[in-house]
Design a protein around this ligand. Structure first.
Ligand code: AMP
Length: 300
């Protein structure tokens, strides 16, 4: 299963991606997470990306494509993946298509999680993450019981540095300018499906799964059914053949022999009749001939 999750920052695609990982056992590949890990580890790449990320701008395509190429080459991506936060613009989408074409594993679905900007603003500026267990809260919609503390493990809740109001505005602007054209890009490929990203997380997840099952799974299901029915048919045919073999030997042999015998008998009968007819026909001729001959001789 090869899926791209599209959606503005704060649309909840990261949360949904995690649920999909659990259900379908394929990895979530989030360029945002990979970049944040590089920033935290203070790698060369992280140093380059930090300032750009804090300004709410997009990190250069070169850097992001390098990260993605490396990640897709890992063995756990072979069975499929959920791309979250990538691609972010048309050149990245084209590069991804080329990469996947080389692997012979084209994208199957681009799923847009659609949420209005006003909701996104509250979701992002109110978002808090547990630094220990990763649980996500929102001070407006799903606050922790004790402000600043995780309900599950008591860990300290953190506010992402790019979740402040100014950066969020910038991120949404960048999304509309650079990322939303991907909606038309994937629509043109016939791969786009949209799910409303408001309401309960479980309800949104169910809608996403319905789309996935109808878009990707039916093919697998149909292929599976065809395979199974072909296998069953060939198994049944083999069994029938095996069961019929000894019987047919017994049945056909005497049948054939009887037929042959009957034919032979009929031919013999015919021959006998023919001979009999000939003899019958010849005898009186001979007699008459002799008689006639004798008579003729006598008359002469
Ligand atoms: P995210 O967690 O997906 O919202 O990403 C956080 C930040 O990482 C973004 O605001 C960008 O600065 C950067 N980033 C993540 N993914 C990409 C990408 N595909 N291309 C460019 N920059 C990205």
């Amino acid at each position: 299963m090869r899926i791209v999750l599209l959606g503005a920052p704060g649309s909840g695609k990261g949360t949904q991606a995690k649920l999909l990982v659990d259900k379908y056992k394929i990895p979530q590949i989030s360029t945002g997470d990979l970049l944040r890990a590089a920033v935290a580890a203070r790698t060369e790449l992280g140093k380059k990306a930090k300032a750009v990320m804090e300004a709410g701008q997009l990190v250069s395509d070169d850097i992001v494509l390098g990260i993605i190429q490396e990640r897709l080459a890992k063995p756990d991506s072979k069975g499929g993946f959920i791309l979250d936060g990538f691609p972010r613009n048309i050149p990245q989408a084209q590069a991804l298509d080329a990469m996947l074409a080389r692997l012979g594993q084209p994208l199957q679905l681009a799923l847009l999680v659609d949420v209005d900007d006003a909701v996104l603003m509250k979701r992002l500026t109110g978002r808090r993450n547990c630094g220990s267990c990763g649980a996500i809260y929102n001070i407006y919609f799903s606050p922790p019981r004790t402000p600043g503390k995780c309900d599950h493990c008591g860990g300290i809740l953190q506010h992402r540095s790019d979740d402040n109001e100014e950066t969020v505005r910038n991120r949404l602007k960048v999304y509309h300018e650079q990322t939303s054209p991907l909606v038309s890009y994937y629509k043109a490929q016939g791969k786009l499906r949209t799910v409303r990203g408001v309401g309960g997380i479980g309800d949104i997840f169910r809608n996403i799964c319905t789309v996935i099952e109808s878009q990707i799974r039916p093919l697998a299901a149909v292929m599976g059914q065809i395979g199974a029915s072909l296998a069953a048919k060939s198994k049944a045919a083999k069994a029938k053949k095996a069961a019929a073999k000894p019987v047919s030997v017994v049945k056909t042999k005497p049948k054939k022999a009887a037929k042959k015998k009957a034919k032979k008998k009929a031919v013999k009968k015919k021959a006998v009749k023919k001979v009999a007819r000939k003899t019958k026909a010849r005898k009186p001729v001979k007699k008459t001939k002799t008689k006639k001959g004798k008579k003729a001789k006598k008359t002469k």
